[in-house]
Each structure stands twice: as C-alpha cells, then as structure tokens.
Ligand binder design. Structure first.
Ligand SMILES: *Cc1c(COP(=O)(O)O)cnc(C)c1O
Length: 371
C-alpha cells in the first residue's frame, strides 16, 4: 500500500550523485563487479528507487538481507544478480532458485535440507558460502566444514551452483587496522588452496576503499559509500570525494506570529520571543527524524531556522528568521544557497551514525528520483 502521494514532504534521490559515487568507488577499489547493498529499504533511501537508479548508474548486482526484499525487486522487473546476505529458511530453496537468487549458506546441514526442497527442480540454486573470520554473525568457522560444503556442492546431484564465497569485516573503516588484519589472516587460514568459485568477495565499503591493495576487490559489496556516506565518517578519508544522494524536503504548512513567552509543543520546553514567527512542518519523529533533533537548524529561504520544542509524531515547529508564506520549501537534509545539511550533520546532532538515521526514514515519505 502506497501512503505517500499527496504530502509535500518527500525524499529526493539524486541519480547523478549515485553515478558519481559508483564511479569513484570503482576507481578507488578497482572493482569489476559491484553489488549494491539495498537491504532495509535501501538503507532507508527507498528500495525500488535506489535499485533502479543505481543499476542505471553502473552497479552490477544487488545485495539484500532477506528473501522478501529480493522477491520485491524481481516483481518490479529487476533482472541483475541478487545476493541474499542473510540466511534464508531452506524450505525456500526452490523459490530462490526459481527467482535466480544467490543464497548465503553457513553450514552443510542447510544444503542437505535445501536439496530436499529443490528435488529435481529444473532451476539450479546459486550458493554463496559465508565464512566467519571474526564478525561472529554467520558463516563457516572451521576449514574442514567449509571444505565439506564445497565438496558437497561439487558432487551433489541436486543442481547447486558453487557461485560465490564471502567474508565480512567487523572493522574495515577505522584508523586501527589490527582487527582487520586478524580477520584477513583467518580468511587465508580458512580458504587458501580450497577451490574458489567465480565470485570471491570480502569487501564492504570500508574494506573496498581503504584496503584495496590487501584483499581481492574484483567483486565487492558496497552500501554506505554509494549512498554518499563516508564509511569512516571522515576519520580515514575526508568525505569530499562523495556526493550526497538524499535530500529531505518539506514545506511550511502553517505560519503564525507569536506573543512573548508562548509555549511550543509537548512538554512546553520552548518559549517564544515577542513577535517571533513560528512555522509548522508536516513531518515528525514517526517519519524517522530522531526525536532529539530539537535545536537542529533546517534551511528555509536560504537561511537557517532551528527546530524549536519537541518533535511531535507527525509535525514539528521551527523558528523562522522572518515572516514567510505557507508553501515555502524547507530543506531538512540537503542544500539551500550557501548552506548544506548532510545526513552526517543530522547524525552528529543526535549522536547516531548516519546510516542509522537513514534506515529510520519511513515508507510514508515519498521517494522521487531527480537529475
Ligand atoms: C550491509 C552489508 C554490506 C554493505 O556494507 P557497507 O559497509 O554499507 O558497504 C556488505 N556485506 C554484508 C554482509 C552486509 O551485511
């Protein structure tokens, strides 16, 4: 159900910024094949919007967390390779095979159960073996079990394809590389001299950008960087090589001149000055803006205007620099004149990571592709 058609509050996704970020990531990492991670509604940027724009912008495949996300992409006609990063129940093996999806596998038992489900299906199931080198999440942790899985894939009468193998770094975007190197050493211990499939991918954004000389990067799985968020948040590299992809805009829906000392919003934490112009915005914390965003300066008429009082569920108030008409554009994330607010700015104001803020942006915000 689409519930975001008539609101003046919307997310704009810049196609040219995505293309720019894909291009620089390819140059910096040397990647020949790039999966874009579009899990969690494409980090909140909008699954279909982001997937279609990114494919036009040069990504080669998509990576999702769960089968449902992959099926949604196939339903809108997306045909590029899709990797499911999480573990899917083996009873959906045939459904994955029929939809030409790549399933991540962490143990041999899963393969045996999937074989029962696949039966003599005409469609083969592409398998991605996960290797746990220190993330402690999913994946093979023992070399002999991994070797057994590879042998099983190669010898099984079930139409499995040993398509892919991966590991995931827990710390690829820090100035301290010790744990990265520990994981890389584990990777070699676990996989060296075992038969490798066509797709070997170790790198997320941080690993692809900062460690391209130490790991294979022909295939990478990038998220953060393509969305224009610097993985180290500026600590390893300044963020100026990326372009921001997301703009969050709304309009003044109501404007009023206040008397002195009038209270604003729940908890009446803010009191107006005599003659202060207060604008109401049709967006609130239920749209995904963090509730502690009070005090953050949004942009209106090329000027800064602070959020005053507590955010409500669907609305919030700003203190206007002057009287402005209803319908005036208000930019919460994005640029107006000389000022720019980024996801990182919002994140810093509320002590969260930018990708945590982004994944909170709700479905009821319309997503539109621009430029
Ligand atoms: C989310 C995810 C990625 C993408 O990570 P970024 O840091 O956003 O580039 C890559 N691999 C796996 C397994 C993931 O879960």
């Amino acid at each position: 159900m689409v519930v975001a058609i008539t609101r003046p509050t919307k997310i704009k996704i810049s196609k040219s910024a995505i293309t720019h970020n894909v291009t620089v990531t390819r140059e910096m990492s040397g990647a020949k094949f790039m999966f874009l991670a579009v899990k969690a509604n494409a980090y909140g940027f909008g699954l279909q919007t982001m997937a279609q724009a990114a494919i036009k912008g040069g990504v080669d495949g998509l990576a999702v967390a769960v089968l449902d996300e992959a099926l949604a992409l196939r339903q809108v006609g997306i045909t590029v390779p899709i990797l499911i990063l999480g573990i899917t129940l083996p009873q959906y093996a045939k459904l994955m095979a029929d939809n030409d999806l790549i399933a991540t596998v962490s143990d041999v038992a899963w393969l045996r159960q999937a074989a029962d489900n696949l039966g003599a299906t005409a469609n083969p199931l592409q398998v991605n073996l996960g290797v746990d080198t220190g993330m402690g999440r999913i994946g093979f942790r023992e070399r002999d079990e991994l070797a057994e899985a590879i042998t099983y894939l190669q010898q099984s009468e079930t139409p499995f394809i040993y398509q892919s193998i991966m590991t995931h770094f827990a710390e690829a975007d820090s100035l301290n590389n010790d744990y990265f190197h520990e994981q890389l050493a584990n990777w070699h211990t676990l996989t060296d001299d075992l038969p490798m499939p066509p797709m070997v991918h170790l790198a997320n954004s941080g690993a692809a950008l900062y460690h391209a000389d130490e790991i294979p990067t022909d295939y990478i799985r990038a998220g953060t960087v393509i969305y224009g968020m610097e993985p180290s948040r500026g600590s390893v590299l300044p963020d100026n090589y990326l372009k921001p992809v997301l703009t969050l805009e709304t309009e003044l829906i109501y404007v009023k001149k206040m008397p002195a000392n009038a209270a604003i919003s729940y908890g009446h934490t803010y009191h107006t000055q005599e003659g202060e112009w207060i604008g109401t915005l049709p967006i609130g914390y239920a749209d995904g803006l963090p509730r502690p965003l009070k005090g953050f300066e949004v942009l209106v008429n090329g000027q800064k205007a602070p959020i005053v009082g507590n955010l409500a569920m669907d609305q919030m108030m700003i203190s206007l620099p002057e009287e402005l008409p209803v319908g005036t554009t208000v930019t919460i994330i994005g640029q107006q004149g000389q000022y720019e607010n980024t996801l990182e700015d919002v994140a810093q104001h509320v002590s969260l990571a930018p990708w945590v803020v982004a994944t909170g942006l709700q479905e009821r915000l319309m997503r539109v592709i621009v430029d």
